[in-house]
Design a protein around this ligand. Structure first.
Ligand code: IPE
Ligand code: IPE
Ligand code: MG
Length: 238
């Protein structure tokens, strides 16, 4: 967890929402909105590098998003693969380390392969860590964490009496990252949509009506500025 009063968040998590509405408003197909969304994501990574944010987690595809029409899901997977392929040299140049969380084996094979290639190619980078949440669901993550804990008990690595908040956190997909300090959601929706349920217990929330493709590095800077004005109390009286 970041120290209270620290003005730049160490970890920003973003629910990138509103691509469909952005496209609809222009009479364009939804996938156009997703393409513009990918452009906004790229800008956001750059913005985080400039602001010296250490971790950026982007909610790119939820476990529930598989329920969308096949054509949209297919187009999103193609876009993800293309984005990773095209942008990996840029990630390397910008010293960005790519990681991913979620049920990654649900992704199409070619997508998984490209994802692992990009993760490997950027593994040695020391700047921003960009975490893509893919086929991610917060409740599924907690279930997977419980299974992992039960396995550790079964093989005798731990005793059930040892389980506490810190230990459980080490069995989640996010075990290598600090909890998010700031959670941004675009498109005005006031909900978590199954994103990082465990990790956001004391995260500062920032909701903007802007649709994700319209979100610029200026908007990111405004969210970070607002975060700097928040007083984090963690339940204490001051
Ligand atoms: C967010 O935009 C991108 C994904 C969920 C993949 P949406 O596609 O949810 O756009 P809206 O919310 O329908 O406008
Ligand atoms: C959340 O957006 C998921 C991502 C941004 C990837 P959704 O559009 O899926 O969320 P709901 O359906 O409005 O809650
Ligand atoms: Mg949406």
């Amino acid at each position: 967890m970041a120290a209270a009063g620290k003005s730049v968040p160490r970890h920003i998590a973003i629910i990138m929402d509103g691509n469909g509405r952005w496209a609809k408003g222009r009479g364009l197909p939804r996938i156009k909105g997703h393409e513009e969304g990918a452009r906004a994501a790229r800008e956001c990574v750059e913005g985080c590098a400039e602001l010296k944010v250490d971790f950026l987690t982007l909610y790119a595809f939820s476990a529930e998003n598989w329920q969308r029409p096949k054509a949209e899901v297919f187009a999103l997977m193609k876009l993800l693969e293309k984005f990773l392929k095209e942008k990996t040299p840029e990630l390397i140049e910008k010293n960005v380390r790519l990681q991913a969380i979620g049920r990654l084996t649900d992704l199409p094979d070619s997508c998984q392969e490209q994802l692992h290639r990009s993760i490997e190619a950027t593994a040695g980078n020391t700047g921003v860590t960009l975490v893509l949440a893919l086929s991610y669901g917060g409740r599924l993550e907690i279930i997977d964490g419980i299974k992992s804990l039960l396995h550790a008990i079964e093989v005798g690595h731990i005793d059930k009496g040892m389980i506490d908040v810190e230990m459980f956190s080490k069995h989640l997909y996010t075990r290598y990252y600090p909890d998010p300090d700031l959670l941004i959601r675009t498109s005005g929706e006031m909900r978590l949509s199954n994103f990082l349920l465990w990790q956001t217990s004391y995260t500062e929330m920032y909701v903007t009506p802007k649709l994700w493709p319209d979100f610029t590095r200026k908007d990111l800077a405004a969210a970070v500025e607002e975060y700097g004005r928040r007083q984090r109390r963690y339940g204490k009286s001051e």
